[in-house]
Write a protein that binds this ligand. Sequence first.
Ligand SMILES: [Zn+2]
Length: 411
Amino acid sequence: MTMIYNARWVLPVATAPIEHGAIAIDGPRIAAVGPQSVICGRFPSASTHDFKNSAIIPGLVNTHTHLELTAMRGYLEQEESDFFAWLRKLTRARLEQMTADDIQVSATWGACEAVRAGITSVGDASDSALLSMRAIQEVGMRGVVFQESFGPDARLVAENFDRLKSKVGELREVESALVRTGISPHAPYSVCGPQLELIADYALSERLPLMMHAAESAAEEMFVRDGCGIFADGLKNRNIEWTTPGVSTLQHLKQRGILETQPLLAHCIRVDENDLVALHETNSKVAHCPKSNAKLGHGRAPLAKFIDRGIAVGLGSDSVASNNTSDILEEARFAALVARADRQVSAGEVFTTATIAGARCLGLGGVVGELTEGAGLRSIVDFGVCFLRPGCIDDSRSGQGSLSGRQSGEC
Ligand SMILES: [Zn+2]
């Protein structure tokens, strides 16, 4: 049976906003999008539900998160002024204190929060990607789960690479049409050059999407360009030899073949003119995480330049350990305001980044992030749900008409 949903606004994203708009749903798919008068005329026998003074928008896309770290909300705030100490405490807690059950619960909790914030698709990076994949599948979201790989020590490249391939094999056995497998060499300070090259070749040969943290902190820049600072000291203390690239992070990733994979790069704060050219020429994508960048004091990525250069950019919350919320609408608002130091980035531009552009960053262009005829019902959320505060569950507002997640049928 066809259902028509009316609202004061319908925002298809791929086309102009429609005031007093409607969408018609037939089974699991959108049958039509347009003005209420037109849609009601096309489907005269359809049942109608009116969301009144709301907006119907596509499911939001979170291009960069770590759902497994949801349990660490607020846990690392004492270390925020020292990125190395922050990473060390996170890693120790993750490896020494969290059991597999803890990680599974943490990831599922994060996925539930994301859905409540209107997010229907995620790019999730995890060392326990199998658990994250199960969590995302159980909650009914769509996305890519990137299995992380670590390894600063060139002597251990073969061992680390075998571990990555083994984990990818496990993921591929349980991946589905909705949740796909990707790989993620963690960061330039945690993966050595030879391991980056192997992983880049592997991504290309296996057609695996690749995500990586890049150009995030001053400490990383100092390490990659000059071979000094807290990351260099950390490796020296572990008797690990490291060859300093002596260039920017983006040029380092280009030299090691990572940019050939058209990667999704999280952060990209410390990028110069040559780096922007490299991003554009290689069709690399950016997961822009303005709140995480600000909370950890890393600085501000040039969102306006990404948009103006035609570089694909989506929004990411990063983990709630460096954000406190997983809320892409809030991220979009923050992104627009911060970017106005460069130019008047519009609400429409960041909303595009939060939806259709984010979908393209995850290889989901044409599938989610827009309201078009033939698209899956899973791509629609009630705007009211987006106003709920993730992490502050308010059951008095539950059941307010979310059309996302499991209620949305099979597609
Ligand atoms: Zn991250």
